[in-house]
Design a protein around this ligand. Structure first.
Ligand SMILES: [Ca+2]
Length: 275
């Protein structure tokens, strides 16, 4: 019955909504969900966001594993247990390659072991980009075949705003913690970050979307993940670290990004921008 209702709604309002194998049922600024169908229902190219408001009274948020959702404004992902199966895959705006980037997120974890904060794997490099918390509390940027360590204060239960930026022309790699800049290191100059890979939160990839280890999983709260294809200014990063009213990333924008979840990922309101 539910399926038929969804089909009916789609046929009426979204005769053309589909991402390969996945059919959007409802997408709004706040409520977004897609229902995977097998076999995929008819897919016709159009803007899935059309007429979203018409569905709000009919379909409420359905959080189902493996489906595509959209937009995490005001939301946090809460990973409460150490597993090798629970994660969120972010679906970024497509890019062929990056010759610079700024990656920002907010995170809190009481784990003292090593774990992934964000894992980006491509077919050729499982650590194309990996933001990694070391058991000695350092943060590392794994970048292709290289690792850059930064000694930073110990992570704890308090959410902290972490950014890392890099640009190919100079090779400068810079961390920012709560709006305060680290020293700069130099690496991967002249190289690029390859596109076409997979962004995973909650697990560390040793191949694209696979070979996870529970002891490397993230346990804690993650939010406000953004990725830009350029280096943000110091003022921009300081403003971002204060939160709530800054522009999002042009490759990954937490407020609008499409994502898939695997396992019981808790998506919770964080009310961090409620005044
Ligand atoms: Ca890896």
């Amino acid at each position: 019955m539910g399926y038929l209702l969804i089909q009916l709604i789609q046929d009426i309002y979204f005769p053309a909504c589909a991402v390969v194998g996945v059919t959007v049922v409802s997408v709004s600024d706040e409520l977004c969900q897609c229902i995977k169908t097998d076999p995929p229902v008819q897919s016709k190219p159009t803007d899935c966001r059309m007429k979203n408001f018409l569905l709000l009274g009919l379909v409420s948020c359905i959080i189902l594993p493996g489906l595509v959702y959209g937009g995490l404004s005001g939301k946090s992902l809460v990973f409460s247990t150490q597993t090798d199966s629970i994660y969120v895959k972010l679906l970024p705006n497509e890019f062929s390659q990056l010759s610079a980037f700024t990656l920002c997120l907010r995170a809190a974890s009481e784990a003292k072991r090593g774990y992934s904060l964000l894992s980006y794997a491509t077919a050729t490099k499982d650590n194309e980009l990996l933001l990694w918390h070391n058991e000695d509390t350092r943060l590392s940027l794994y970048f292709g075949s290289n690792i850059y360590y930064f000694a930073l204060p110990e992570t704890d239960a308090l959410l902290r705003h972490i950014c890392v930026s890099w640009e190919s022309s100079t090779g400068f790699i810079t961390f920012w913690l709560n709006g305060v800049r680290s020293l700069q290191k130099v690496g991967n100059s002249g190289e690029v970050v390859r596109g076409g890979g997979t962004f995973i939160l909650g697990q560390e990839q040793d191949r694209v979307e696979g070979k996870f280890e529970s002891k490397q999983s993230f346990v804690g709260e993650l939010t406000d993940v953004h990725l830009w294809d350029h280096v943000l200014s110091a003022n921009d990063i300081k403003a971002l670290s204060h939160g709530c009213h800054s522009a999002g990333g042009n490759i990954i924008n937490w407020d609008t990004v499409l994502y898939e979840s695997r396992g019981n990922v808790n998506v919770e309101d964080n009310h961090d921008c409620s005044f």
